[in-house]
Each structure stands twice: as C-alpha cells, then as structure tokens.
Design a protein around this ligand. Structure first.
Ligand code: ADP
Ligand code: ZN
Ligand code: ZN
Length: 727
C-alpha cells in the first residue's frame, strides 16, 4: 500500500511511502525516512498508485501509535486549512500538534493518577496550614475531580513532584492506575445569578440549536453578562454529555476567567495557552481528545484541539486581533472555528461588545441567530457617559488636558478610581533635537526609536534593538529632548499632579510575567490603587468595578490611517476601554481627548455607539469594495536589498496572466507601509476579488509557479489569505 504522508517542511506537498501494513489509517503518525533523517509524519491518505518511480519509493519505518492521532474530521479540517490558507500542509499539521507528539511521544497517556485517601478527604484541609497554598490547592482539586495525573495537577494547580510527595507522606493522597478514561462530568453545575430576560432569550436561542450547525452572534454591551450566557449554554451541552470548546484572546485567559468556570462546573477543564510547558500542553490535549475534559478553553491554536464529543464552540471577544496568527501559518482561529463547527454540525457562538464588521455582516444575513444584550447585567450598572475633549481648545500638562485633570481630581475626591488609557508604551515616541531638527531613528527599521525613561534607553518597537539615550544630538551636538507621550511619561506626570494617589501602570514593560498582572489587578480590586495608567492590556478580560472615570488620552492614532481597518480597530478600542468603567453601582464617565472632535467616526460613535459606527463603516466598506464585501490576500516578499522583493513581485505579476485570474485584481507591487524592518526591505502585492472562489482558483494555480521563479531565490515570500494587517 502507498501512504501519502505530511511532513513538517516548507514544501507545499505530501510525500509517498510504501507500507507493508495495510491497517494504517489517515490521521495516524508514522516514523519515516526523510533525506538522511528519521522524522514523524502524519498519514493523510492511502493510495494504490504513486508517481514516484519504484526504485525511489521508500518504506515507512513503523507506526508511532496503534490508533490515529487526528480523527477523520479534524484531519479533514487541517487539510482544508492548508488549502484555504495556501500553506504547506506539513507545517499546518505540525502547528496543530503539541511538540512532544511532533517528536514522537506516544499518544496514549500516563495512567497513573493521584486521588485523596479517606484521611485526605476528612482531615487534610483542616490539618494543612493556611499558608500551604499549593498543598491545599492539590487537595481541593482532587476533592473536586476525584483523580488526576501528575501533569493534570501541574497544569491545574502548579503542583510539583515535591508537593505530591509531601501529601503522600502524610497519608492524604495515593497513586493508582486510572480505571477508565470516560467522562467524569457527573455533578450538576452550581447555579449562577437568575438570568435577565435578554440573557434567557440568548440561552434559549443558542441551546435550541444544539445538535446542528448555527453561527450565533452574541452582541452584548460590556458587562451585559455574555459570560453568564456561555456558562448556562455550556451547562446544557455538558448535560447532553458533550464537550464545549471555548476560544478566548491571549491576554484574556486569566486565572479569574478559569476560576469563573471552575466555580460553576466540577467537570475537568482542559486549558490550552502559549505559556504551558510541553507536558502540560500534552496533558490538556489528551484530556480534550479522550473526552475527560468537558470544557476545553484556550487561545488561538486551541481551535485545533481534538474533541471526543464536540457539542458547542464559543469564541469570546471574537473581534480580537489575537485570533489571527500573523506569522508562518497565518490562519484566523475565529474563521476556522466557524468552519469546524459547520463541519461538525454543532453551533458556534461569537460573542463581543464590538463585533467585527465580518461578523456583523454575516449576522445581517442570519437575523434568526443574533442575540442582543443591550443592558449591563449587574444591578444598577449603567452605561458610561462619553464626552470629547478638544485638545486644541485647552491647556495640557504632558498630554493631559486641563478638563481631564479636573475630572481626575473630582473622581478621586468622590472616592472613585481613575483609568488613563494610551496605546503607546515607553516614555516618549520620539527623541528630537530642537536646534537642528534631527530625531533618533532605528538603523534597521523605517521607524523612530522610542525613549524608555526607566532604562534610559532608546528601543525600537519593531525590531527590539536598543541603545543608550545619547546626551547630545548626534548631528549638531546640542541637547536633545523627548517629544510626545508614552505610558511611562503619563505615569510621571500623574504622579506629579496627584502625589497622594497610589498609581499602577499596566503595559508590557511594567508587566513582564503573568503573575505580575494578577498581583497588580488585585491591588486595583482592593482599591489600594487609585489611578491606573495603561495600554491595550487594560482593555481585555478584566473588569474594574470601582473605576468611575476613563480618559482616552489620544484617540487620533488611527483616525487618518491608510489601513481600511484602522477605524474599526479604533472604535473597538474606545468602546472596550470605556466599557471597563463603572461596571458596578457607580456611574462611569469617559473622556476622549482628540484634536479632531468633528471627525465623523468620533461623532458617530458618541452619538449612536458602536452599532451606529458599524452601520456607517459597513456602508463605506461596501462602497469601496473592501472585506467583508470582497476577499483579499496579501503576497509579501522581503530581502536584504530593496530591489529584490520588487523584482520578485514584478516577475510574479508578469506570469499572472498565464493563470485563471478572471475576477481577481492584483494591486502593486508597492513597498510595505514600513518598508524596512529589522534590516530587511519589504514589498507587497494585494490580491482582491469579489468572492473567495476565483481568488482561491487563481492562487492555487499561480502560487506554486512562484516557487520556481529565479527571482524567488533572492527573497523570502509568503501569502496571507484574509490578511488583517496590511502593513
Ligand atoms: P460580559 O461577559 O458581557 O462582559 P459578565 O458575564 O462578565 O459580562 O457579567 C458582568 C457582571 O454582571 C459580572 O459581575 C456578572 O457576575 C454579573 N451578572 C451577569 N449576569 C447577571 C445576572 N443575570 N444578574 C446579576 N448579575 C449578573
Ligand atoms: Zn541637532
Ligand atoms: Zn528597528
């Protein structure tokens, strides 16, 4: 028998091997010879013929497991993804595998589990000191779930082998062989708050479609109780004996969110995110694939998680850009989640307070699957009041206009918390010489270097290169000065203005490790912190019930961008930041600083909220034929010289007419908006079509031909289907 095997290489094809065994099914991993190496591949098809000459056809060594790693449905989804995103199939399949499985670890998992002894059940929690947090967490997890393997415990409770030995020595826990791999979801979920009418309707509408495909949009303002809707619907899924897959943005997968799921359900969770160790990831993956976990919750790549009994997919904050992989295999986890749900015949819920225009457009065609939560759920929580501050009309202190300073003072005096949002980290975006006009640029990128005050460094936010801040201008020897504001400088200014108000800064520089964010957020929750300064990091996944004032310091980045999505992103950011405020009883106030208070986007957003903005933006997209009213793909090329990418793209365009390009327009080549980045010159061609199928037809014929262009050898090129970022 001939097996077509996918191997982790950049080549856009599979490889044929001979197999003596006839029982190797698609989805199974096999050890094969590849060049001089022995590698793991995945069987994608059985064939009875091959084009490889008999003398060159090699045989597989052996199967890695006795059963397929991917079931037929998941394998088909991966093959479909490789085709849709025009990405090498071996790399697509590798992206879906935890790395131990890529390296040949057996699929079957460890079967030694830990459980509580009688003594452990009755005495451990009273006998263990309150300080023994880790030991107590282990006992609690075992009490909840019955039994767990060491790696499951490690991923759930950060337990260590040492901690387990201690508990064993005290007679609280024992090891045994796992009895069955069956689902352990037995107990009913604990009850949540009584649902309001809108939530009830949403739960009914979604639950009514369990067992068949439906793509629901859950369009609910911030704080409207979307998570509560997910929890109730998931309860119905678990009751049917099925699993729910929940995708969340990278930064939103916090212990608080996990805790919320744990507080509701006893059934085990499989948590998948990028900070897991190999062992943890594999344990969660197996738990999902074997059906032990009733809920699989994870970031982008969890869309490829195996599921034994899929029943529902949820994509929370579906508008979030982190669902799009921007490098290598450039896929949209949100879009693939929809495809997966459709292929599985199960419903999917896309939830957001600021849905993407793509999802709103789909919803217009399927009004029966739209649920709205127009009001905040918590008692007495009101929508925030929004107002603009005209930066041209008021004095400023380091970028904070006088009316904003006064508002901060007012809210602090009224015992409120204040949040200042600026999507720019560092001290100042530019180091400038007033004497001669020189400014500090990155040597490797077409970009200014950002001044980082704390470290007295100039850092390039695009390539990461660093250098000390020069004392004097490199050009004329006069003193230089930082111009503009970043979060560090805002922190400095606010500390001077309000020296008595404890302040915390939340951005990638201030928060380097996961635990740090948790610790800072806890200080905000306890009201110890009165003023919060931060970037985008503030907008996701965390509510600040005591924040009564939000100041958006600069709404203007994005108002005049060439990127057709910039307006959508700006509106989402403003609404999401605004939505962090006043979630509890106290009414919230939102002030947006701008030099363009007459800008239609801001006017529409203030007058009619996100829905009004989105309606206008959709009309514009339709008129200008941008997605979702058209399909695009971006062919990018980069090289160490400016000439090579342009030459390659021109050669690519020159042969385009040999391929079926009816209905497809090619725009370019043009240098990328930031042409030089990390020392490499970048250029691109935009592919545009009214619908996907002509685009797909053209790309499938044209792209393989690019591989053999002589100009291709001097560049690195890639294709980004449904590109989000045109830079
Ligand atoms: P979202 O996911 O839409 O931001 P959440 O589900 O986090 O909203 O709910 C916001 C707040 O309202 C939470 O504190 C939640 O516990 C509370 N909440 C949700 N639903 C209800 C309800 N039906 N009654 C009372 N409080 C609720
Ligand atoms: Zn100078
Ligand atoms: Zn740089």
């Amino acid at each position: 028998m001939i097996l077509a095997v996918a191997i982790d290489t950049p080549l856009r094809r599979t490889f044929d091997y001979r197999s003596e065994r006839l029982d190797l099914a698609p989805g199974q991993r096999v050890w094969v010879p590849f060049g001089r190496r022995r590698v793991v591949g995945v069987v994608v098809a059985q064939r009875d013929r091959t084009d490889v000459p008999a003398g060159k056809l090699r045989s597989i060594f052996e199967a890695v497991d006795t059963e397929p790693t991917f079931d037929a449905g998941l394998l088909q989804l991966l093959l479909w993804s490789a085709d849709y995103y025009r990405h090498p199939v071996g790399e697509v399949i590798a992206a879906a595998l935890p790395s131990p499985l890529r390296a040949g670890t057996s699929l079957r998992e460890e079967t030694i589990v830990w459980s509580l002894t009688e003594l452990g059940r009755t005495e451990a929690l009273t006998a263990l000191k309150a300080r023994a947090v880790r030991l107590r967490a282990i006992v609690e997890a075992l009490a909840r779930t019955g039994e767990m393997t060491a790696s499951e415990l490690a991923s759930e409770t950060e337990s260590t082998a040492d901690a387990l030995r201690k508990l064993e020595a005290r007679g609280y826990i024992v090891q045994s062989q796992r009895v069955s791999a069956a689902a352990t979801a037995t107990t009913a979920p604990r009850v949540g708050p009584p649902l309001n009418e809108a939530q009830q309707e949403a739960v009914q509408r979604i639950s009514g479609t369990l067992g068949s495909f439906a793509s629901h949009l859950l369009n609910g303002v911030t704080g409207s109780g979307k998570t509560e809707v997910y929890l109730r619907t998931i309860a119905a899924v678990i009751e049917r004996g099925d699993q729910a897959l929940v995708l969340v943005p990278e930064i939103a997968l916090t212990p608080q969110l996990i805790a919320r799921f744990r507080a509701r359900f006893d059934s085990p969770l499989a948590v998948l995110h990028s900070n897991l160790s190999d062992g943890e990831r594999l344990a969660a993956w197996r738990s999902a694939g074997e059906g032990r976990a009733s809920i699989v919750i994870g970031t982008r790549s969890a869309v490829f998680s195996p599921l034994a009994r899929p029943g529902l997919v949820v994509v929370d904050e579906e508008h979030d850009a982190s669902f799009k992989q921007q490098e290598g295999f450039r896929y949209s986890a949100r879009d693939l989640a929809i495809v997966r749900a459709q292929r599985l015949g199960i419903p999917i819920v896309l939830g957001s307070a600021t849905p993407s225009l793509e999802s709103l457009h789909r919803a217009q065609r399927q009004p029966q699957w739209v649920s709205r939560l127009p009001q905040r759920a918590a008692a007495n929580a009101k929508p925030p009041r929004m107002a603009l501050i005209d930066l041209r009309a008021h004095g400023q202190t380091q970028g904070i206009a006088t009316p904003a300073v006064l508002a901060i003072q007012r809210h602090l005096e009224a015992d409120g918390q204040v949040m200042l949002f600026l999507n720019r980290r560092g001290y100042a975006p530019v180091l400038f010489c007033p004497a001669c006009g020189w400014s500090a640029h990155c040597k490797r990128c077409d970009a200014h270097l950002t001044v980082h005050g704390g470290s007295h460094h100039l850092i390039c936010h695009h390539c990461g290169s660093q250098q000390p801040v020069p004392e004097l201008c490199a050009n004329c020897g006069q003193p230089t000065k930082p111009v503009g504001q970043g979060t560090e400088r805002i922190e400095e200014a606010v500390r001077q203005l309000f020296p008595d108000a404890p302040l915390a800064r939340i951005d990638r520089d201030a928060i380097r490790r996961r635990g740090e964010l948790e610790a800072t957020l806890a200080r905000v929750d306890s009201k110890e912190v009165r003023i919060l300064v931060g970037t985008q990091m503030l907008t996701k996944g965390h509510d600040f019930p005591n924040v009564t004032l939000v100041v958006v310091l600069n709404a203007d980045q994005g108002l005049f961008s060439a990127d057709f999505r910039a307006g959508e992103r700006l509106a989402q950011t403003i609404v999401q930041v605004a939505g962090r405020a006043g979630r509890a009883e106290k009414p919230g106030e939102v002030l947006i600083q701008t030099e363009y208070p007459e800008h239609p986007l801001l006017k529409l957003l203030l007058a009619g909220g996100y829905e009004a903005f989105a309606a206008g933006a959709l009309q514009e997209r339709e008129q200008s034929e941008w997605p979702p009213f058209a399909r695009i793909a971006l062919l990018r090329a980069e090289a160490a010289t400016a000439l090579a990418p342009m030459k390659f793209l021109r050669a690519a365009l020159a042969i385009a007419h040999d391929y079926p390009m009816r209905g497809v327009q090619l725009l370019g080549p043009a240098p990328a908006p930031m042409e030089r980045r990390a020392g490499r010159y970048r250029a691109q061609v935009l592919l545009h079509a009214g619908t996907h199928s002509p685009l797909q037809k053209f790309m499938s014929a044209w792209l393989p031909a690019l591989e053999s262009l002589p100009e291709a050898r001097r560049v690195r090129w890639s294709i980004d289907v449904d590109a989000l970022d045109l830079a």
